[in-house]
Ligand binder design. Structure first.
Ligand SMILES: C[S@@+](CC[C@H](N)C(=O)[O-])C[C@H]1O[C@@H](n2cnc3c(N)ncnc32)[C@H](O)[C@@H]1O
Length: 310
């Protein structure tokens, strides 16, 4: 997790940009992680169930190429449920759950350890957006980086490449990646997925302001803001914003910003890829021998690729 000072500096800098911005990593405190779990249950939120369907159909094939006894490093593990569902197939030797939402992932991992006492487990509460610090307690052998849920889409394409290059750099001679990537599809499906009828995604988005209040000491009044989530076809990404319901000033120690009525804070992008572009991105990051599995509608792809040629 970023230190409070670092997080506060980053938040203040983002709020003072011409287009005020809060990084999506700040969506995830303990409440944000719980709200994301609820999002995964929504009928509109197809990514989780579509990806789960791909694992159910092709998990055995994935396990065959990955091999057993891996060091399974789950990037943005959240409640660790996806990795745990693959344990019987993957049979990892060590499971490392990495997440910025440190308390949430630690609680989840401690529960998981009770169910799988034979697997060595480690929770790391770190922000991996700029570097990927892995302590020596993470086995160097057979690293399998697991990055599901299309979290890669939260990075702009150049950031995604840099992130994957860092992952590739941590693969060693025998490492690999198993990544879930959301694909381009009907815009109405995308719009609904990020602006659901129950308003859970809205609550998730608004919670970023409560988190900013805690980290920055800001005085955001959540009631002054409303959620927007929609697909931007020109950028091939879903965008989430918070829009000021009325003009007002937000203050924090050492700074303030006036928001006009209708002014937005940009809180998340979720880039959607074409299958070939996703494979190309992995290749440009140094990965080889990509194998792609998709669902029948080709809404989502799970890709396995090696750090070094076999
Ligand atoms: C979209 S959720 C995916 C959760 C889970 N892996 C899944 O696929 O359902 C993104 C996860 O990544 C974590 N996360 C987001 N930004 C992060 C960062 N910069 N460093 C570490 N974890 C991050 C969040 O806390 C959250 O658990």
């Amino acid at each position: 997790m970023p230190t409070h000072a670092t997080a506060a500096d980053e938040l203040a800098a983002g709020l003072l940009l011409d287009t005020p911005t809060i990084s999506p990593k700040f969506l995830y405190d303990a409440l944000g992680s719980t709200l994301f779990e609820a999002i995964c249950e929504l009928p509109e939120y197809y990514p989780t169930r579509t990806e789960a369907g791909i694992f159910a159909t092709h998990g055995a094939a994935m396990a065959r190429v990955a091999g057993s006894g891996t060091t399974l490093i789950d990037l943005g593990a959240g409640n660790c449920a996806k990795a745990a569902s693959l344990f019987p197939l993957l049979q990892p030797r060590q499971y490392v759950a990495v997440d910025i939402s440190a308390d949430f992932v630690t609680d989840a991992l401690n529960r998981l350890q009770q169910r799988f006492p034979e697997i060595g487990m480690l929770a790391l509460g770190v922000d991996f957006s700029r570097q990927l610090p892995l302590p020596d307690t993470v086995r160097a052998a057979q690293r399998l980086f697991f990055y599901p849920g299309s979290s890669i889409g939260n990075f702009a394409p150049d950031e995604a490449l840099a992130f994957l290059q860092r992952v590739h750099g941590a693969c060693g001679d025998d490492g690999a990646i198993l990544i879930g990537i959301d694909l381009e599809k009907d815009h109405a499906v995308l719009d609904a997925a990020y602006d659901d009828a129950l308003g859970v995604t809205g609550a998730f988005n608004l919670n970023i302001l409560r988190h900013a209040n805690a980290l920055l000491g800001a005085d955001f009044d959540v009631r002054q803001w409303r959620h927007e989530g929609f697909f931007n076809p020109a950028m091939s990404r879903v965008e989430m914003h918070l829009t000021a319901r009325s003009g007002h000033t937000v203050r924090w120690p050492g700074g303030s910003r006036h928001f006009a009525e209708g002014e937005r804070i940009h809180t998340e992008n979720s880039y959607k890829y074409r299958e070939a572009d996703a494979v190309d991105l992995l290749a440009r990051a140094g990965f080889t021998d990509a194998q792609v599995w998709t669902d029948p509608e080709r809404w989502f792809a799970v890709i396995y690729a090696r750090g070094a040629a076999a």
